[in-house]
Ligand binder design. Sequence first.
Ligand SMILES: [Zn+2]
Length: 237
Amino acid sequence: MLDLTYPFDDQTQVWPNNPSFHRDSTQRGGTATEAWYATGQVALSEHAGTHMDAPIHFAQGQAGIDGIPVEQLMGPAVVIDVRAAAADDRDYRLSISDIHRWEANHGAIPPGAIVMMLTGWGAYWNDRERYFGSATPENPTTLHFPGFSKEVAELLVSERRISGIGIDTPSIDYGPSQDFVVHRIVNAAGLYGLENVAGLAEVPASGATLLALPMKIAGGTGAPVRIIALLPSRDGR
Ligand SMILES: [Zn+2]
């Protein structure tokens, strides 16, 4: 099993102008005379760090994070590796031919799949300017990083039966997007997006199963999510 989740800490990346993740903690005792006690409290955006975008995020009337059926929170992992293309073009968008190439090698995208785009952006997680592709990462009109394309989003929601999509960058829409069209298409279809996914390079292109379990915030537009990949066993069972 692999954990595809970044820790929530001072390094946690958040969308431009969103509040940072914040934690206060208290601890005492642990001595011969006093028993140990520790507690803490956190504050965070629904879209901080490794998180799930609920359908309601960009589609009025669709499910909040607590309304997504649990069956939809797990599915076959489809990992589409575009690291080479993204290294050449930081604004690279996943193409229809990338989907067809994956399907030529691994068969049709299976029903219930969670389609993950592997760009290699995890290497920049601790460098905000590089991760967001901007010297002014608080200005959301200056961002550069790879994402899904409108055409692929339309194909996945209309011609495949998927559970959701995910990516190892700050957004399922590429950095320069100002209309967030991928969000709109995916969310309007009742599907979710996973953003800032960690460790995706360790997941095989096909054969793994993903579990993506978000915090159950009533009406939440998104939530921190723990993503786990169950890898196929070596003997194929
Ligand atoms: Zn989000």
